[in-house]
Write a protein that binds this ligand. Structure first.
Ligand code: C5P
Length: 280
């Protein structure tokens, strides 16, 4: 009975911690588990979306039903996967497309001039098979871009300049790791795709609204969900979360508080808010 607010939408979500190699056995990472992103993936599927979930190197959660999952390690790998998934060109999407493609052919006999290629990545509901039969021929490679990008991943801000090829020996009394800044996946994707609906997350310990509005603008987001990580009862490994949601000025919508509840419930509310905002 949930309204299918995201019916036919293609959603790409990043989740969990990235892992930045120091040498073949050691890495830099953080405590993010990916729970929020996985809960959102599930909620978006329930809301009718087709979801690709890009999971960082330390995620141990089971893949939600009907979600296409891509595992990556580092921020650089996550950025590449996200770019390809948003553009609809990632190889994992072609598998999906073959199934949907066969299915679509079973169902729809009037393809006309559609030349469905390997990279074809097709929505599985009837309405979109219709659309496919009319519009697929317009795109060259049949790749269909995402409509929504949600960045929940806790991306390492820095990585080692170069991972050592062999295990580093403990011969020195002190050592220095040289780190370089990682790309901002959310900002990179958002600024390169002005029409994409982009959702960010922020963990703040103070001045939540000011920092949130700053990130909305600087990363060109449509919506940002913030939690106060100075609270012990929510965030990271916790099953609960509470959020303040801020919208881009173009929606002329007041901030919303989502009271403390399970990450699954928060995810459902966020999926609804995204759906409502998109149809605005
Ligand atoms: O700037 P800050 O790290 O607070 O931004 C948090 C938001 O940006 C989250 O949505 C996070 O997933 C995303 N992010 C990203 N790539 C980074 C850093 C943050 O996608 N390198």
């Amino acid at each position: 009975t949930t309204p299918q607010l995201l019916a036919g939408k293609r959603v790409v979500i990043t989740a969990g911690a990235t892992v930045e190699a120091i040498d073949p056995v050691r890495y830099l990472s953080n405590h993010s588990t990916g729970k929020m992103g996985f809960a959102l993936a599930r909620a978006c599927v329930v809301a009718g979306a087709e979801v690709v979930l890009i999971a960082g190197g330390k995620v141990t959660l089971p893949t939600p039903l009907n979600v296409t999952r891509i595992d990556v390690l580092s921020a650089k790998e996550m950025l590449l996967a996200a770019q390809q998934c948003v553009d609809g060109t990632h190889s994992a999407l072609s598998l999906l497309s073959e199934e949907a493609h066969d299915h679509a052919h079973d169902h729809e006999h009037h393809h006309g001039d559609c030349d469905c290629g390997d990279d074809h990545y097709e929505q599985q509901d009837d309405e979109h098979k219709e659309q496919h039969s009319h519009h697929a021929a317009v795109t060259d490679d049949n790749a269909r871009a995402a409509d929504i990008f949600i960045a929940t991943a806790a991306v390492a801000d820095y990585r080692t300049e170069e991972a050592a090829p062999q295990k580093i020996k403990k011969t020195q009394e002190a050592m220095t790791l040289s780190l370089v800044k990682n790309p901002d996946i959310l900002a990179t994707i958002s600024l390169a795709h002005p029409a994409l609906f982009v959702v960010g997350f922020a963990a703040e310990t103070q001045d939540v609204e000011r920092y949130a509005r700053g990130k909305l603008a600087s990363k060109n987001l449509d919506l940002i969900a913030c939690n106060d990580v100075s609270r012990k009862d929510i965030g990271f490994a916790s099953n609960d979360n509470a959020m303040q949601v801020f919208f881009s000025e173009r929606y002329e919508r007041e901030a919303i508080t989502l009271e403390k509840t399970s990450k699954d419930k928060i995810a459902e509310q966020l999926a609804s808010l995204i759906g409502e905002t998109i149809w605005h």
